[in-house]
Design a protein around this ligand. Structure first.
Ligand code: G6P
Ligand code: MG
Length: 217
């Protein structure tokens, strides 16, 4: 019995969501736009370009493409400086436990992330080898909640959407998994992730018997 286990990256495997937030806040600040952690929820799982648009919409601001390009570049430079010294210790608690178990059970594992920095981060934290398939921001044209990133991952693993399980920390990502007809597992705040079929505050609270249930489903 094989299922596709598809993991989002930022906020699921590593705590980089905080770095994305800090880098965006810096841009918003410089534009005089108020940008709170609540606002940031709408950016989670969303592409870099779309994230900037959302911030500009928040401030009712218009900008030329040239300006946008400068801010997008600035945001990524700041983000890269934040993740520069990342290592294994920034893998979120409980994640390795689940990844190792899936390997033991010979279950296909994929990454489904909107980030163009996904591979660098997996390398930095030393878990690139766990993933049979990686679909990231360089491979997709449609941002979550469009299911493209997850559908591509499942297809590459040659597993149907119905037999795919997605771990997500974002509202947009849970939507994407649901739209694709996959099993959605929300990791984080139940109030934000209420559309997920299963919700856990983190991977530490995921029992391996739950993973077994998913495998046998
Ligand atoms: C993930 C994060 C988003 C981020 C997006 C693009 O989905 O949750 O916050 O904006 O990736 O990341 P990138 O590294 O390409 O800017
Ligand atoms: Mg995420």
């Amino acid at each position: 019995n094989k299922k596709a286990f598809i993991f989002d990256l930022d906020g699921v495997i590593v705590d980089t969501a905080k770095y994305h937030f800090l880098a965006w806040q810096k841009i918003a600040d410089s534009l005089g736009i108020e940008f709170t952690p609540e606002h940031n929820e709408a950016l989670k799982g969303v592409s870099r370009v779309r994230s900037l648009e959302i911030i500009l919409e928040l401030g009712n601001a218009q900008a030329s493409q040239a300006d946008k390009d400068v801010w997008l570049k600035q945001k990524n430079e700041d983000y890269l400086s934040y993740i520069k010294n990342m290592d294994r210790s920034e893998i979120l608690p409980g994640v390795m436990h689940v990844l190792q178990y899936l390997k033991e059970k010979q279950q296909p594992i994929a990454l489904g992330s909107a980030s163009k920095n996904a591979r660098i981060i997996l390398e930095k934290v030393g878990i690139l080898d766990y993933f049979d398939v990686i679909i990231d921001g360089n491979d997709v044209t449609n941002a979550k909640p469009d299911p493209e990133v997850f559908v591509r991952a499942a297809k590459k693993l040659k597993i149907s959407n119905e037999d795919s399980i997605v771990f997500e920390d974002s509202f947009a990502g849970v939507d994407a998994a649901n739209i694709a007809g996959m099993t959605s597992v929300g990791i984080g705040d139940a109030k934000i992730l209420k559309k997920a079929q299963y919700i856990f505050p983190d991977f530490v609270t995921i029992d391996l018997s739950f993973i077994d249930t998913l495998i046998k489903k």
